[in-house]
Ligand binder design. Structure first.
Ligand code: 5GP
Ligand code: ZN
Length: 115
């Protein structure tokens, strides 16, 4: 756990969030400022600041984030209509919380390319 990291604190239960899934490695919760009717963040407990900091040994963990997003999308009925999964990496891509997280967005038409 990193000091003063919002998502370490949410994962550790220090700061409340609407948790939708939890296992021994990842937690998923509702985004506080949703950009779509469904906007969930899937987060590893381990503090990895950005995707640039992930290593070869993290492949299973990253896969777990992606598969969990797909599972949550399916549970909410978005599998057929579609959904988007996004890692924003660093400020130029809009990353504001420097603890890796996968966005799951669904429930509306999602434009491409994104802004
Ligand atoms: P980023 O911009 O880093 O890719 O995504 C950070 C996300 O975290 C944003 O979508 C933002 O709304 C969300 N967020 C920021 N603070 C909080 C919080 O305290 N609780 C929750 N649940 N989400 C947060
Ligand atoms: Zn953290």
């Amino acid at each position: 756990m990193a000091d003063d990291c919002l998502f370490c604190k949410i994962a550790g239960g220090e700061i409340p969030a609407k948790i939708v899934y939890r296992d021994d490695e990842v937690v998923a919760f509702e985004d506080i400022n949703p950009q779509a009717p469904c906007h969930v963040l899937i987060v590893p407990y381990r503090h990895i600041p950005t995707l640039n900091d992930a290593e070869a040994g993290d492949d299973a963990l990253l896969g777990r984030l992606v598969l969990r997003a797909a599972r949550i999308a399916a549970e909410r009925g978005h599998a057929a209509d579609g959904y988007r999964t996004v890692f924003n990496c660093n400020r130029g891509a809009g990353q504001t919380v420097f603890h890796i997280h996968l966005h799951l967005l669904a429930g509306r038409n999602l434009n491409w390319p994104p802004g």
